[in-house]
Design a binder for this molecule. Sequence first.
Ligand SMILES: [Zn+2]
Length: 339
Amino acid sequence: MPFAGSTSIAVPGRRDSLLHSLASRLLMQAVVATSLRNRLSILIYHRVRPEADPLFPSELDAARFDEQLTQLGQAFTIISLSQAVEGLRKGTLPRGAACITFDDGYADNVEVALPILLKHGISATFFLATGFLNGGRMWNDKVIEVIRTAPDSLDLRSLGYGQLTLDTVKARQDAIDMLLESLKYLPLAAREAQVDRLCGMLPDGPPGDLMMTSAQVRALHQAGMEIGAHTVNHPILSNMSPDAAREEIGGCKRQLEDITGAPVRWFAYPNGKPHRDYRAEHVEMVRAAGFEAAVSTAWGAAAPRADLFQLPRFTPEGAGQLRFTLRMIQNLTRTVNAA
Ligand SMILES: [Zn+2]
């Protein structure tokens, strides 16, 4: 995508894009420059696909990720999570500090996102669920791939969902949304059983190369990226017994340290909404396991003296450049001080 300042000749349709670029850049620079010192914005990404996925047209592909990092760099100072935590502790955050994080451990983070991060000179943090490394699949991806590859009519009466008609892209999108919502908060074992039944309806299971291998985790670490823990099986911690939650948190840390040969200092709560997906007791477990900071998915920007074990993050969704800018600005307006 063209940016203001590029030497290319504007053609119809491109002029809008140039104007949007310029407006976005000026707006973002103005907000960062005028008011909000010492605020840390932490962005959450999941997948970065090589090209747009028709089932998820608003999700990120390589070109848009590259564009977002360029846009961010025009107004924000992108730093690593290590630098950000130190800056919060010492009150030395640069103006417009921002961190890039990825959750779950998709292989496309290494194959597609890593070269773009390196091009921009950015050290991002990757929160990995170790149970899915080396050929595993998260339950939501199993659901997505089953519905993506299912025939136009799928009988889910035995699972309690009736007969689904999947003859349009929209129908498949709606079916995915419905299934993910209804399965999300089931206890782990019940959810796995339902998803296994769903996968059993198709002759071929979902693809097995969606998540990173251990070698890819090492490659990220060796490329100067930071590795954080995101539990073993990505459960909702508040739905589990304390012992099981403790093992999910500590087991993931140990496994990642074995893979990288380095301390794993950061943790991301699965799903990450305070009080719903994790509680105060889980924050204490994360601290006791030896982590130095943790991130949630409560949106907002962290100020000095923010609770380092519940740093806010947000997903910068939205299609165009202007919308991305507005989302960054909106996030900056909500400051999170302490728990
Ligand atoms: Zn996650």
